[in-house]
Design a protein around this ligand. Structure first.
Ligand SMILES: Nc1nc2c(ncn2[C@@H]2O[C@H](COP(=O)(O)OP(=O)(O)OP(=O)(O)O)[C@@H](O)[C@H]2O)c(=O)[nH]1
Ligand SMILES: [Mg+2]
Length: 306
């Protein structure tokens, strides 16, 4: 006979928010166990809200990765990115506010965001994660961890603070247990076995964008958007045709490189990443298009899925 406890199924939305580059995407990938969100050493990598779904025997946890908070938004695209955070907070059952060891946000420019967070803190289950604790003994003394904990404790005196390492899986099981403990009884929101709410084309776009972050410098990664025009899968391989949108002719030249060297490198790296993600052979064609000010063009942003 089954006990009541075994019959209970829990489900809910757990949304990861925080400043740029603290490791939000690394955390969702490690919790979900798949590379659903791209990771780079540069800030403002994530542009969309991305769901990652974890099924347990008696629970379904729907994690959301979100873009990092921005103090200033220069483009319409960035304002939409900030809207994703707000929207994600509306449906959140649990908020994982992620920050990192040794980072203190004491300047006045953070005031409005910290106040905004205080409001959320009052109305939601709110856990504070101090990430990158694997840096203790390498980059930081242990006392920096206590200073970081004390700093956040003063801002959110009633919230639990959990030190973690998303990269090295430190305290991950503990975090998962805490999350399941806080979730309410609910049937699964998504069919069991779903990984994400995003399309196959979306993942192709993101993998190519990730490789651009690694290959190109300065403003280039921030000025590009990828649009996959064709995605055809058969039993043996996937045929993909993707366009890289840039803002200026000079950027097109940089993306292509002398005699196509850079775009060839980009193609090879992207194929590797896409093949790893889909576990299939990939044939990829890349094209570069110039579209001035796409980051402020409502119609284009809509086409790109913003
Ligand atoms: N040492 C260490 N580095 C980490 C850890 N988690 C993430 N990083 C690194 O931090 C950098 C940023 O990671 P992301 O996961 O892209 O950070 P993010 O918060 O999603 O960044 P945005 O999308 O730009 O807001 C990458 O170089 C990661 O490898 C961690 O636990 N330890
Ligand atoms: Mg990210």
């Amino acid at each position: 006979m089954c006990s009541n406890e075994q019959l209970i199924h829990k489900s809910g939305f757990v949304n990861i928010i925080g400043f740029p580059n603290v490791g939000k995407s690394t955390l969702i990938n490690s919790l979900v166990g798949e590379d659903i969100s791209i990771i780079t050493p540069k800030p403002q990598t994530t542009r969309h809200r991305i769901l990652g779904i974890v099924d347990k025997y008696n629970a379904q946890i729907i994690f959301s990765d979100t873009p990092g908070f921005m103090i200033k938004t220069a483009f319409f695209m960035q304002r939409i990115m900030m809207k994703y955070i707000e929207k994600s907070l509306e449906d959140a059952d649990i908020v994982l506010f992620t920050t990192e060891i040794g980072k203190f946000f004491i300047s006045d420019k953070y005031f409005s965001i910290l106040n905004y967070l205080k409001n959320i803190n009052k109305n939601k289950h709110f856990l504070i994660l101090i990430n990158k604790i694997d840096k203790i003994g390498v980059e930081y003394d242990e006392k920096i961890l206590y200073e970081t904990i004390n700093y956040w404790h003063r801002i959110f005196p009633h919230s639990e603070i959990l030190p973690i390492s998303a990269l090295k899986n430190i305290n991950q099981d503990l975090l998962m247990d805490k999350i399941i403990g806080l979730l309410s009884e609910h049937p699964p929101y998504y069919p069991k076995g779903s990984l994400s709410n995003r399309s196959e084309r979306f993942f192709v776009n993101e993998i190519i964008r990730e490789k651009i972050f690694f290959l190109y410098k300065k403003e280039i990664p921030y000025s590009v958007e990828i649009f996959t025009e064709k995605f055809k899968k058969n039993e043996i391989c996937i045929h993909i045709f993707s366009s890289i949108y840039v803002e200026r002719d000079s950027q097109k030249g940089i993306i292509i490189g002398k005699k196509g060297t850079y775009i060839n490198k980009l193609g090879a790296l992207s194929i590797k990443g896409i093949e790893k993600f889909f576990k299939k052979k990939v044939w990829l064609k890349l094209d570069v298009k110039v579209c001035k000010n796409w980051r402020s063009d409502y119609k284009l942003l809509k086409k790109f899925g913003y």
